[in-house]
Design a protein around this ligand. Structure first.
Ligand code: ATP
Length: 515
C-alpha cells in the first residue's frame, strides 16, 4: 500500500493534471506558496464558497454579507495589534539553511508521541480482540503511561513558553527533545526570532510622501471597521452577524503542503456581535453549527475533531480549531474564536469614534462582544479533494482514479455523451444538454470510447454521465451512469432533471443544517 506521503504527492499531481490547481506563474518556475485554480478548481472553489455563503446569509436572517477592500487605512493594523503582535517564532537550521516555525516543530513532536500511543493501543487491540478496553489499557500499561507522561510534560512546557513569549525556552525545548532538521538531520539550530507576517507596499507617489500600507492578513478587520455602517444602514439588532469572503495575505515562513499553507489565500469569515456576558453561549452555538456544516457534506464524521488553543491570540478569551484528517495528519481547517470586544474597542480608541450599540431591551449602550468563525477556502478545498481521491481496482485487472466529491460541490454535475458521432446522436445529446444546462453545470464529450470518457469524468468527480444511443431516438430514454457505484440505469429524458436535482441541489444539504 502507498504511504500517506505518496498518496499526497499523487493528489497534488492529479490536481494539476486535471485542471484543479496549478503553481502560480509556472512557466517561470512558480512562486513559493502561491497557486492558481484551473477550470475545474475554480468551479469546486466557487461551490464551496456558495455553500458557506448560503449557510450563513440565506439560513440566518440576522447575518448579512459585505465585501470590503483588501487595502485598508494603515492605522487599522496598529489598532488590531497586527503591527506589533502578528508574529511567528522562526528558527533556522544552519546546515540545511532551511527555515522553520519553532511552534510547528514542537507540535510535530507532540504528534509523534500521539502516534506512539496510538500504535501501542492498536497493537494491543489486535492481540486482545473484542474484549479489549482501550481506555483501561491506556491508564494501566506502563509503556503507554510513559509516552503519555512525556507528552503531557512537553505540552505543559510548550504552552507556558508560548504564553510567556519565551523564545529562548522554545529553542531549549527543541534541543531537549532532540528535534532534528528533516533535511540535514542535524540539531544545528539558530536562536528563535520573531517574524512579522504582514506584506507591505506603498500607496501614492514618494514625492507626496507615500503611505506604507499592508495587504490584509485576515478579512475580519474589514468587518470591524464597517460594524457601524452595517448596523445602522441594515438596522441590525444584536445578536447579528456580518459575513465576508475574500483574499488574505501572509508572508508565511514555512510554505509546505501544497495549498494548505499559502502566502495568498482566501478566507470565509463571519463576525457575530453579541451582548457582553453572552459570548460563551454563542461560542458553544457556533462551534456546534460549524461542525454540523462540515459533517453535512458526508466526508466522514470521524475525520473531524476540535482542538482547543494552547495559546490564545492577543484578542481572544476562548478559541478552538476544527481539524480535519489530511493525509499528513489532523490539521486546522477552521478557527472559532471568542474575540471579546477587543477589536471594536481598539478601533474606537484609535479612530476617536464611538463604536457602541444601544440595546433597547436593556436600555443601555455597550461595545458588543464578538464570536468569529474563520475558515480557509483553500484548506477546505484541500480537505475535500484529499478525502475524495480514491484509487480503485476493478474487475478484469483494470483500475480507475475517481474523485468522490460531494455531488453538491462537484465542478461538473453531468456529462452528456452521444455513443457515436453520427446518426443524429450528437444532435440529440445537444438537445438534452439544452434541457439541463440552465440548472446544472454540464459538459459534452464525444471523443474516444465510452469507457475512456467515463474515466475522464471519474477523475474530475462528475456524479452523472448521460449516454445517448440509437434506442434513445426511438424510446426517449438515456443511460445514466453513476460515478461512485458505476451502476447504469435506463431513464426517461423527462425524468433526468429531477434525478440530477435530487443529488446535486444544495437545498438538500441546507435542510440537514436546519434540523
Ligand atoms: P496556522 O496555525 O495554520 O498558521 P492560524 O491559526 O494562523 O493558522 P487563523 O488566523 O485562525 O489561522 O485563520 C483562519 C483560517 O484561515 C485557518 O483555519 C485556515 O483555514 C486559513 N489560513 C490561515 N493561514 C493560511 C494560509 N497561510 N494558507 C491557507 N489558509 C490559511
Amino acid at each position: 500500500m502507498a504511504s500517506q506521503e505518496e498518496v499526497f504527492k499523487k493528489i497534488v499531481a492529479h490536481c494539476k493534471e486535471y485542471g484543479f490547481v496549478f503553481p502560480s506563474s509556472e512557466i517561470y518556475d512558480g512562486l513559493g506558496a502561491v497557486y492558481d485554480y484551473g477550470q475545474n478548481g475554480v468551479e469546486l472553489k466557487n461551490n464551496i464558497k456558495k455553500y458557506w455563503w448560503d449557510a450563513m446569509t440565506l439560513l440566518h436572517e440576522n447575518i448579512v454579507g459585505i465585501d470590503a477592500a483588501i487595502f485598508m487605512h494603515p492605522t487599522t493594523w496598529k489598532a488590531s495589534g497586527h503591527v506589533d503582535a502578528f508574529n511567528d517564532p522562526l528558527i533556522d537550521n544552519r546546515d540545511s539553511k532551511k527555515r522553520y516555525r519553532a511552534d510547528v516543530l514542537i507540535e510535530e513532536q507532540l504528534a509523534k508521541y500521539d502516534e506512539k500511543i496510538n500504535k501501542e493501543v492498536e497493537k494491543a487491540a489486535k492481540k486482545f480482540g473484542d474484549s479489549f478496553d482501550a481506555e483501561l489499557y491506556k491508564s494501566t500499561n506502563p509503556r503507554v503511561q510513559e509516552h503519555i507522561a512525556k507528552r503531557e510534560a512537553l505540552h505543559t512546557r510548550f504552552a507556558k513558553a508560548l504564553n510567556d513569549n519565551n523564545l529562548d525556552e522554545l529553542k531549549q525545548i527543541i534541543l531537549d527533545e532532540g528535534i532534528v532538521c528533516p533535511i540535514s538531520g542535524t540539531k544545528n539550530w539558530t536562536d528563535v526570532r520573531q517574524f512579522n507576517l504582514m506584506f507591505s507596499t506603498e500607496m501614492g507617489s514618494t514625492a507626496d510622501g507615500a503611505l506604507k500600507i499592508y495587504l490584509r492578513p485576515e478579512t475580519a478587520q474589514g468587518i470591524f471597521v464597517n460594524y457601524l455602517n452595517v448596523q445602522k444602514t441594515g438596522r441590525m439588532k444584536i445578536p447579528f452577524g456580518i459575513a465576508q469572503i475574500g483574499k488574505a495575505f501572509r508572508n508565511e515562513i514555512v510554505a509546505r503542503q501544497f495549498i494548505f499553507r499559502m502566502r495568498e489565500f482566501e478566507q470565509m469569515e463571519m463576525q457575530f456581535f453579541v451582548r457582553p456576558g453572552e459570548e460563551m453561549k454563542w461560542f458553544a452555538h457556533w462551534k456546534e453549527f460549524r461542525l454540523k456544516w462540515h459533517k453535512a457534506l458526508g466526508l466522514g464524521d470521524e475525520k473531524y475533531r476540535f482542538h482547543d488553543h494552547d495559546k490564545l491570540a492577543h484578542y481572544a478569551n476562548a478559541a478552538t480549531d476544527i481539524e480535519f484528517e489530511m493525509p499528513f495528519g489532523f490539521k486546522e481547517v477552521e478557527g472559532i474564536h471568542s474575540r471579546t470586544n477587543f477589536d471594536l474597542s481598539q478601533h474606537a480608541k484609535y479612530s476617536g469614534k464611538k463604536i457602541e450599540y444601544f440595546d433597547p431591551e436593556l436600555n443601555e449602550s455597550y461595545t458588543p462582544y464578538v464570536i468569529e468563525t474563520s475558515i480557509g477556502v483553500d484548506r477546505m478545498f484541500l480537505s475535500i479533494v484529499c478525502s475524495s481521491y480514491t484509487e480503485e481496482q476493478l474487475e478484469g485487472g483494470d483500475s480507475r482514479v475517481v474523485l468522490k466529491l460531494p455531488a453538491v460541490l462537484a465542478p461538473t454535475k453531468v456529462c452528456v455523451m452521444p455513443l457515436v458521432k453520427k446518426d443524429g446522436l450528437p444532435e440529440k445529446a445537444r438537445e438534452i444538454m439544452n434541457l439541463l444546462k440552465f440548472d446544472f453545470k454540464c459538459s459534452y464529450d464525444e471523443k474516444d470510447s465510452i469507457g475512456k470518457r467515463y474515466r475522464r469524468q471519474d477523475a474530475v468527480g462528475t456524479p452523472f454521465c448521460v449516454t445517448v444511443d440509437h434506442d434513445t431516438l426511438q424510446d426517449g430514454c438515456v443511460t445514466v451512469r453513476y460515478r461512485d457505484t458505476m451502476k447504469q440505469d435506463r431513464v426517461k429524458i423527462e425524468d433526468l432533471h429531477n434525478l440530477i436535482d435530487s443529488q446535486v441541489n444544495m437545498r438538500h444539504v441546507y435542510r440537514k443544517l436546519m434540523q
